[in-house]
Design a protein around this ligand. Structure first.
Ligand code: ACM
Length: 551
């Protein structure tokens, strides 16, 4: 059975034994959008129309691509499932894409694009006029394993201009990924306009210089760096993503990773132990000691921030970070200690928990749910909160067993800033070596979970932290091709246990997929390793003595 090199692999493909052949898209091919699929039809026309130069006019008929929502597909494969038939086996359609919902139809259209070959991913026709656009006769039945299939883009450490974020939405959609987690704030930059606190971006979005490369690098880039998204930019990103059935989950990181906010508004910091007025947006990497002060003023300030965030992001989940919050300043601060006594909590972990619980309640009152990094388990997890399990599986297992929803994103497996080959050749070789094959063998569901606990693992996410990615092309290099392997892991319901996965078959399909990535203009890591211009002078060479630099 020909799987047509689809990535992620679908659940089932079938070819009609009695009539192998092709349906060819041409000037007479129409798009027949049934109720609820108009948005998908518009995008199909925009993408395939641009790539093929064909009109793909609205209309029914024997040469129509029919898009429709089918309750039977939803019953069988869920709301994001689809059935795609290109062999005329569905009445009144040359091609039928039936989805459990509009999202399912949209994922089916992504499969349709892959079946048409790499040039179907271009933005204008290439090749001779009148070239064939052949769809092999096939039926594909498909639906995802997890409802949360995410990528985190860290736009705080290095700002990614809006157009690059929109492009990443397209790249997620092409891989049937449906969550874009935007890490909007950190010590090194605040990237979202907050109208009531304008210094967050006027001051917090800019830094004077930047550590170049890994944390221990002696090099600095002295070009000021920064940028932020206006409310209009955010609304555009969210709407663009929604059209593509991608949800944007905002992250506002508290109470740690907050130096940019403190640099903008010094009263947010622990003023009794630090001269917070002297703090600047951080120019280096690592875990930063400058955390928020546990005051009512801080709570009110961030409630104001979140009011604007909720207005901009319809996502049911709002990520409030909660990771890597050193407790040293709270230990030293008489004000923080007085707060511990006043609240009756045991210690500084209790203060962290107090922050999280406050905003968990605050979000719940507004119909939203808090999600945070697995440190939010320390000092007692807020009821209703969900967990992004990043320090391994343990936090996710504990949270799922306690009945909390979990997104698995363990750094040992799916941190895409980490080097993707051993040796010294990777541009900035930090972290674990995680090859394409390693990511392909990532398993989001720990086998020891009971079925009830496993049901709380709502999905998986790959995280692209950008300390060592200072351009779109560097992000592409770290993210691809590994995101294609991750997409298969997060999407495919039938994938065997890690050791039994057929990586050779995935690699074979990747040959076709690299051509799609080329057409999409992705600067992926080539299978043979970085090209000379993808290496980094100054930080890639083996130091005079010792191992390659690491974080
Ligand atoms: C994290 O990597 N600190 C979530």
């Amino acid at each position: 059975m020909d799987d047509h090199d689809l990535i992620p692999a679908p659940r089932r493909t079938a070819c009609r034994a009695d009539s192998p052949g092709y349906f060819s898209l041409d000037e007479d091919t129409t798009v027949d959008a049934r109720p609820g699929t108009e948005g998908v039809a518009r995008l199909l026309r925009a993408s395939l129309g641009a790539a093929t130069g064909l009109p793909l006019a609205p209309g029914a008929g024997p040469r129509a691509i029919v898009l429709r929502i089918g309750p039977d597909v939803e019953r069988e494969y869920g709301p994001e499932g689809y059935r795609l038939s290109t062999d005329g086996s569905v009445a009144d359609a040359a091609v039928a894409v039936e989805g459990g919902s509009a999202a399912g139809v949209f994922w089916g259209v992504q499969t349709l694009r892959q079946l048409l070959g790499p040039d179907a991913h271009r933005r204008a026709p290439v090749g001779p006029p009148g070239r064939d656009w052949d769809l092999p006769y096939v039926t594909v039945e498909d639906g995802p394993r997890f409802p949360w299939r995410g990528l985190l883009l860290d736009v705080a450490r290095h700002f990614l201009p809006k157009d690059d974020v929109l492009r990443y939405v397209d790249l997620l959609a092409a891989h049937k990924l449906n969550v874009l987690h935007l890490h909007l704030t950190d010590d090194q930059g605040w990237r979202i306009e907050i109208e009531r606190h304008p210094r967050l971006t006027a001051v917090g979005a800019w830094r004077a210089r930047t550590k170049h490369g890994h944390r221990a690098s002696p090099l600095w880039n002295d070009t000021p760096h920064g940028g932020y998204y206006t409310h209009a930019d955010i609304r555009e990103i969210v709407a663009y993503a929604a059209e593509r059935h991608v949800r944007v989950v905002p992250e506002i990181d508290i109470p740690g990773h907050a130096q940019a906010a403190i640099a903008a508004y010094p009263h947010l910091g622990n003023t009794d132990v630090v001269d917070t007025a002297a703090l600047r947006v951080w120019d280096s990497w690592g875990v930063n000691p400058n955390v928020l002060a546990p005051t009512d003023a801080t709570l009110r300030f961030f409630e104001g921030v979140l009011e604007e965030v909720l207005d901009l992001f319809p996502s049911p989940f709002v990520h409030l970070g909660g990771d890597e919050c050193p407790k040293d300043q709270w230990k030293a601060s008489p004000a923080a200690q007085a707060r511990i006594a006043e609240l009756g909590v045991a210690d500084e972990d209790g203060l962290q928990s107090w922050f999280v619980r406050h905003f968990d309640r605050w979000l719940a009152e507004r119909g939203r749910r808090l999600i945070g990094w697995d440190e939010i388990l320390e000092g007692g997890l807020a009821p209703g909160a969900a967990v992004s399990s990043w320090r391994g599986y343990a936090g996710g297992i504990a949270a799922a067993e306690a009945g909390h929803d979990v997104v698995m994103c363990p750094e040992q497996h799916v941190y895409l800033d980490h080097r993707q080959a051993p040796g010294d050749d990777e541009p900035v070789p930090i972290g674990y070596v995680r090859t394409l094959e390693d990511v392909y063998r990532f398993e989001p569901l720990p086998p020891q979970l009971s079925p009830e606990a496993a049901a709380h693992v709502i999905g998986a996410q790959a995280n692209a932290w950008t300390e060592v990615m200072d351009s779109r092309s560097r992000v592409d290099y770290q993210v691809f091709p590994r995101l294609a392997a991750f997409a298969e892991v997060a999407w495919c319901a039938g994938l065997p246990a890690p050791a039994e996965r057929d990586f050779a078959d995935f690699e074979r399909r990747m040959t076709a997929h690299y051509a799609r990535l080329d057409a999409l203009g992705v600067d992926y890591r080539p299978p043979g390793g970085p090209l000379p211009w993808q290496r980094r002078p100054g930080v890639t060479g083996r130091p005079a003595e010792g191992p390659p630099p690491n974080v």
